[in-house]
Design a protein around this ligand. Structure first.
Ligand SMILES: Nc1ncnc2c1ncn2[C@@H]1O[C@H](COP(=O)(O)OP(=O)(O)OP(=O)(O)O)[C@@H](O)[C@H]1O
Ligand SMILES: [Mg+2]
Length: 320
C-alpha cells in the first residue's frame, strides 16, 4: 500500500504562556497529489497545524512523520526536509528584502542542489518562468514587486526544493481580490503539472471548495469534522461546519451559534457555542463517527437552532 508523504497522529501543540493548546490531537495523512483544505475561524489553530506539518513548531505530544520518519529524526541537510515546503500568508515578509527575485530563488538552488553559480542562475530563471515571472521583473527586490508577484517568488523558492508537499497558509488573503484568483489558479496548475500534494489553509470556504478535494474543519485547536470537500459543503454534519457553510454569501440560512453559559475544561471544545449541546458534552468529548464518504462528525442530533450569533468570518469569493 502507498505510504503517505506526511502523516500526523495525535499532533498537539501548546505555546508557552497560552491558556489552552493551539492544536489538540490532529490526525492527517497527506498522500501524493492530495488536495487538502484546512478551514476554521481565526485562532482555530490552522497555522499551527501547518507549521507543525513542515516541522517548524515542536509538538507537545503526538507525532508527525515525513517520508516515514518523525520530524525530530530528520537531520538538517537530509533531502527529506525539503520535500515539504510552506508558502506564507504575507508574501513581503516571507522574502529577504535585500535579494532580487532571481537571487532569492538562485540562492536556494545553490544551497540545496549544490549547483554552480551559473547553473543555479539558469535554474532560477526557469522556476520563475514556471510561476509566471520573467524579464526585468525578476531583477527586482520585494519592495519593487506587487503582492501577487512576491507570492509568485515565494512559490518559485518553494519549488526550487522540488517538494512533494506544499503547505500554503492563506496564500492569497493579503492580496487584492483580482490577484487572488490568479495565484490560486497557479497553485492548481502546479499541483496538476508536478503532481504536488497541496495542503491549503484558509478561512475562506470558497477557496477551499475551488482548490481541494478533502477538507478538515478546525475549532479551538481540534479537528471537528473532516471529509470530502464536496460532501462537507453540501451536507455539513457538525454544527460548527454548518455555521461556516451558512456564512457563505448567498446561503439560504444564517449561521447559527449560541452562547451557552459553560465552557467545560474536560468536555467538548465546542460546547460553549453549540446549539445542540447536551449534558454529557460538559464531561466528555462527543465521539466521532465514520461514514461511507469518510466524513466524521459528532454524533449529536442536529436539533433546532437557537439564539443566532454571527461568527467572525471574512469570506472572499474568488472567481476562476
Ligand atoms: N507563537 C505563539 N505563541 C503563543 N501563542 C500562539 C503563537 N502562535 C499562535 N498562538 C495562539 O495559538 C492559537 C492558534 O493560533 P493559529 O495562528 O494557529 O490560528 P489560525 O487558525 O491560523 O488563525 P488565523 O486565521 O488568524 O491565522 C491562537 O490562540 C493563537 O493566539
Ligand atoms: Mg493563521
Amino acid at each position: 500500500m502507498t505510504e503517505p508523504l506526511l502523516s500526523a497522529r495525535g499532533a498537539s501543540v501548546s505555546y508557552s504562556g497560552s491558556p489552552e493548546p493551539a492544536l489538540r490531537g490532529a490526525d492527517l495523512d497527506v498522500f501524493a497529489g492530495a488536495a487538502i483544505g484546512i478551514v476554521g475561524e481565526s485562532g482555530s489553530g490552522k497555522t499551527t497545524l501547518g507549521r507543525a506539518l513542515v516541522g517548524a513548531v515542536p509538538l507537545t505530544s503526538g507525532e508527525i512523520r515525513v517520508g516515514g520518519r518523525p520530524w525530530s529524526a530528520v537531520r538538517r541537510g537530509n533531502p527529506v526536509r525539503r520535500s515539504v515546503q510552506m508558502i506564507f500568508q504575507d508574501p513581503y515578509a516571507s522574502l529577504n528584502p535585500m535579494l532580487t527575485a532571481h537571487e532569492t530563488v538562485a540562492e536556494v538552488c545553490r544551497t540545496w542542489d549544490g549547483l554552480s553559480r551559473s547553473a543555479a542562475s539558469h535554474r532560477a530563471v526557469e522556476l520563475l518562468q514556471e510561476v509566471g515571472l520573467s524579464g526585468h521583473t525578476i531583477s527586482r527586490r520585494p519592495k519593487q514587486l506587487s503582492g501577487g508577484q512576491c507570492q509568485r517568488v515565494g512559490i518559485a523558492r518553494a519549488l526550487a526544493c522540488n517538494p512533494g508537499v506544499l503547505v500554503a497558509d492563506e496564500p492569497t488573503s493579503a492580496l487584492d481580490a483580482s490577484v487572488q484568483a490568479q495565484v490560486l489558479n497557479l497553485l492548481l496548475d502546479l499541483r496538476e503539472s508536478r503532481g504536488l500534494a497541496l495542503v491549503l489553509i484558509s478561512h475562506d470556504l470558497s477557496v477551499i471548495e475551488y482548490l481541494t478535494t478533502e477538507a478538515l474543519v478546525m475549532y479551538r485547536g481540534c479537528v471537528v469534522e473532516r471529509g470530502s470537500t464536496d460532501m462537507l459543503l453540501k451536507q455539513p454534519r457538525h454544527p460548527y461546519t454548518r455555521a461556516l457553510v451558512d456564512s457563505i454569501p448567498g446561503s439560504q440560512r444564517s449561521p447559527q451559534l449560541v452562547r451557552n453559559a459553560v465552557d467545560p475544561a474536560a468536555g467538548c471544545v465546542f460546547a460553549a457555542r453549540c446549539p445542540d449541546m447536551m449534558p454529557d458534552c460538559l464531561a466528555n468529548q462527543p465521539p466521532l463517527t465514520g461514514t461511507a464518504g469518510g466524513a466524521h462528525a459528532c454524533l449529536h442530533p442536529l436539533g433546532e437552532l437557537k439564539l443566532p450569533t454571527p461568527i467572525p468570518l471574512r469570506t472572499v469569493v474568488s472567481s476562476a
